[in-house]
Design a protein around this ligand. Sequence first.
Ligand SMILES: [Zn+2]
Length: 278
Amino acid sequence: MRKERVTDDVYVFTSTVYAQVTAGAIVTSEGTVVIDTLPFPRETREMLDFLRAESKRGIRYVINTHHHADHVYGNYLFEEADIISSERCREVMRKSGEKNLAEAKAQTPELAEVSLRLPNLTFPDKMTLHLGERVMRLMPLPGHTLDGIGVYLEGDKILFAGDAVMPLPYIFWGDRVMLQETLRAIKEMNLESIVQGHGEVLLKGEIGETLDASIAYLDTIYDKVKAKLAARTSKERLVNEITLESCGGSPIALDGLVKQLHRSNLLRVYQTLTAKSR
Ligand SMILES: [Zn+2]
């Protein structure tokens, strides 16, 4: 795990084991707020040990940005904290969490001791958390998934974006157009930095360009899949022929994992387009 201090009171923890997934922490005079909890207990414990030592007031709240395993499996280790999420996020975890965890355990021995802990404080759309002197605004950022939220920290102007912002936008479980709208809205927020769900923290000077590139990528994959469909190219062929590079993406981001994400994105667009024409 890699630990980075973004401002005086804000930390980001990045997994060195799984897809550079991130967790964040905001330390206040009345305790700490953690955003997402990493998938593997060893790294979550490392983060927990550091944060418990950092503030005598302990960890008060954990916020889940969305229901995906790599962001919520560490929840159960934060015994002292309330867990906050959107209502939708809790609902998806309640319905499919146990089954997915059982499957994940069968594949990944490191997860053997994990138990599913659902959020116990939920909200329908937005909420504001006041703790110590800090104000955190929780808001919907759908598109990667439908239940996604972000956490905007006033003062520092940092957005913890969950997987709404990633080195490559990822829509396999979500909605392409919805994610584009979300990315445009984030662009208007005048942020100092963005903590992405995976990968490096984005700094002020690179935010606009990065978000524009993501929005353009989502247009490009749509246009290219549509053109291939018009030329009656098979699903298998189009996934191989439309390369990430030809859509403006860097194939080395997230240790190369982006190539898989790109293929899944193409399949998702293919599904959407073929469903429409039926
Ligand atoms: Zn993720």
